[in-house]
Design a protein around this ligand. Sequence first.
Ligand code: ADP
Ligand code: MG
Length: 283
Amino acid sequence: MDDSLRVSILSEALPYIQSFSGRKIVIKYGGSVMEEEHLKNAFFRDIALLSSVGVCPVVIHGGGPEINVWLNKLEISPKFENGLRVTDQKTMDIVEMVLMGRVNKQIVRGINNTGSLAVGISGLDGNLIQSRELGDGSHGLVGEVTKINPELLEPLIAGGYIPVISSIGSTQESISHNINADFVAGEIAAAINAEKLILLTDTHGILEEKDNINSLVKQINLKEARSLIERKIVNEGMIPKTECCIRALAQGVKAAHIIDGRIEHALLLEIFTDSGKGTMIMA
Ligand code: ADP
Ligand code: MG
């Protein structure tokens, strides 16, 4: 690439940088982008770049595959019902150790290596995520968010730190819950008045027809998003994603994006260009 092309690309990003500078963007980090070395490194650099140009990124993560690796090492067999992990106390101990210890600190280290500064916390810190048992309790210690107390995030963001949050919540009685990271991201985005919610996943976005990339839903409003769930076009793991986007938008977040984390620099493409690749849901 010659130098004039390089600067013209930078210059084209100016209006986007100006409109998002000082604004909060909540990003759910998950899927292959957590596992493949080149995607991970591009993601950490994207987060650092956002932060360097004055955007305030907040990262929420789960940790699916890594939890299973450690459960297997300890000879506890993972159990799923209706797509949710059945979480007994022994499993929850491992979930906490893996998410808050290993996965969270790997992300913090990755971002810090770029020269930006991340701070790793969980939903327990500052009572950030209050939760209760999901549904009838048949999934054990799987939780849903009852309240976000975002006070801890404000001084971190104001100080230029990038919060990296594990999706674990707690009841008033200090019982920990394992919570779907999409839901946590949506609720945190709403609680801190984020400009955008971005969910990175392993597929192109919402597809009208399974496996047909030409059927990608590029831009929809809240009503159309609800209809996709009602008409069962959105299924399985895409249901919590679409639902949490709807909830975040209904609470004032301006746009929610479900994007393909398998594309290198998917985040920058979505935020700093017109050619966003995934599904955008607007209020
Ligand atoms: P993540 O690990 O990022 O949370 P999930 O596997 O939980 O991802 O959810 C994404 C999956 O949802 C897709 O890989 C796909 O199998 C499924 N899915 C169901 N309905 C749709 C749809 N309409 N468009 C795209 N993916 C869908
Ligand atoms: Mg999922």
